[in-house]
Write a protein that binds this ligand. Structure first.
Ligand SMILES: *Cc1c(COP(=O)(O)O)cnc(C)c1O
Length: 459
């Protein structure tokens, strides 16, 4: 299997090259040249597999000729070790809906599913190539810990994560700074999240520094992250349908950067019987506006109760756009250039019509989010986190929908307490986190300070 860029400027590369490249060198996103098709008999057989077995079947065609099935099985086995549920991503029936619980990983959020695999993949590929990788990223609180847990203790990898000093919640801070492995380097920047992002961007732009220290990113545009997420769509369908291939399902997906829901789109293109994908956003509704008007226009970021979906643009949307525009990289590039120069672009009405045949979008406001948490708790004694509540609210008139639960409610205790009048019970992994020892450097919001700190550590 070979990979190409949505903007057409990359000669076809292998799966491992795509994983190590992350963002395509022409500024686009990497996609497989073709999407493997799964026939009905196979689909039905897959419904009986365990999560790790299924993960190997779903992902191996995307790595054909590059990573063997045996090696992949070992990578998957290691990526499941730190999940606390034996099914990894179980489905539970709650009222009229199914809830696909994606939060049983080490940091209690769905990003663990992809980042546990990505960390193991990086380690495997670096051992093969003899290279090293120094991951650098900025976080506003949540994704940093999932990235840290993905690569802690891994050979040939260091990770540097910047967070705004004293501006993340105490639990979020401890989830990052209590990881004491030698290869994990937390940096609290005296400034805002934007300062952290600016510093990271400036360091990536210093090409000699970037090359010399093999800097890399783990953001949500890495193809391996999408691929890891395709698996649980198949898994949930198997649990709900029992393998009956004529059973179509609807998924409702709390959406920010469009990575998770794009994985559902890939599953559907492979042959999974998906009749509809409900695209649930919070007040940051660029995707909902696109589906309604055919215009993709950046707005301001509004802080909400579901902060991991507070985005200005959806970085993975370009992947879907590539298919919507008939796999025409020239047009994708044209529209993305227009987005960066004018802050917006439009597609043709027939293209918008095609998009809304599959995607039903819905923007859920703060009040509806809180009311959904309260309602689901009162009616079914099941506690949703605010992100998952956005997805359930968007599916409230769709009985049988499979709603993705993307975070454990204990991670967003304030919003939950607001909704039900009491704080959520803390799972063991969070209960004692505030008393654990920590390690973290505190630096001024200066690019040179962060750079010198990294050089001191890396030599
Ligand atoms: C990242 C995240 C999302 C959004 O997923 P995308 O792939 O960015 O659309 C939803 N919920 C939680 C808890 C997240 O961390």
């Amino acid at each position: 299997m070979r990979y190409i860029s949505t903007r057409g400027g990359v000669d076809p590369i292998s799966f491992s090259q795509a994983v190590m490249m992350g963002l395509a060198t022409d500024g686009g996103l990497l996609l497989p040249e073709t999407i493997p098709a799964v026939d009905a008999a196979t689909l039905s057989r897959w419904a009986n597999l365990s999560y790790p077995q299924l993960a190997v079947e779903v992902m191996s065609p995307f790595m054909a000729g590059d990573i063997s099935k045996e090696d992949l099985a070992e990578l998957v086995r290691r990526s499941c070790l730190y999940f606390t549920h034996e099914e990894i991503t179980p489905t539970v029936k709650v009222g009229d809906h199914y809830i696909l619980e994606l939060f049983h990983g080490p940091t209690l959020a769905f990003k663990d599913v992809a980042l546990q695999l990505l960390g193991n993949l990086f380690e495997y590929l670096l051992a093969r190539s003899g290279g090293r990788l120094n991951i650098l990223g900025a976080t506003s609180g949540d994704t940093g810990s999932a990235a840290i847990y993905g690569v802690r203790g891994k050979e040939r990898i260091n990770i540097f994560i910047l967070h705004p000093h004293q501006r993340v919640s105490p639990v979020q801070e401890r989830q990052m700074t209590s990881v004491l492995d030698d290869n994990v380097h937390n940096i609290a920047v005296r400034g805002s999240f934007d300062d952290g992002q600016r510093i990271v961007k400036e360091l990536f732009n210093q090409l000699d520094f970037k090359e010399r220290y093999s800097l890399g990113a783990v953001n949500s545009i890495n193809w391996a992250r999408i691929l890891a997420q395709v698996v649980y769509y198949f898994y949930a369908w198997g649990r709900v349908s029992g393998g009956k291939v004529d059973q179509q399902v609807v998924f409702s997906v709390p959406t920010g950067n469009f990575g998770d829901i794009f994985a559902g789109y890939v599953a559907m293109r492979m042959g999974l019987p998906v009749s509809r994908l409900i695209l649930a956003t919070n007040r940051n509704d660029i995707l909902h506006r696109f589906m309604q008007q055919g215009v993709y226009a950046t707005g301001e970021v509004h802080p909400t109760l579901s902060p991991s979906m507070d985005i200005q643009v959806s970085s993975n949307f370009e992947r879907y756009l590539y298919y919507l525009l008939g796999e025409n990289p020239g047009r994708v590039k044209g529209l993305m250039d227009q987005l960066s120069s004018e802050g917006r672009f439009a597609v043709r009405e027939e293209e918008r019509q095609q998009a809304i045949q599959l995607f039903t979008s819905c923007a859920v406001n703060e009040l509806e989010t809180v009311e959904q948490i309260r309602h689901t708790w009162k009616q079914h004694h099941y506690l949703l986190d605010p992100h998952s509540a956005v997805g359930v609210s968007a599916a409230k008139n769709v009985p049988g929908a499979i709603c993705l639960a993307t975070a454990h409610p204990a991670k967003f205790a304030d919003a939950v307490e607001k909704a039900i009048g009491q704080p959520p019970a803390m799972p063991v992994s969070l209960a004692d986190i505030l008393s654990l020892p920590t390690r973290c450097a505190v630096l001024d919001a200066e690019t040179s300070q962060v750079k010198e700190h990294m050089i001191r550590i890396l030599g």
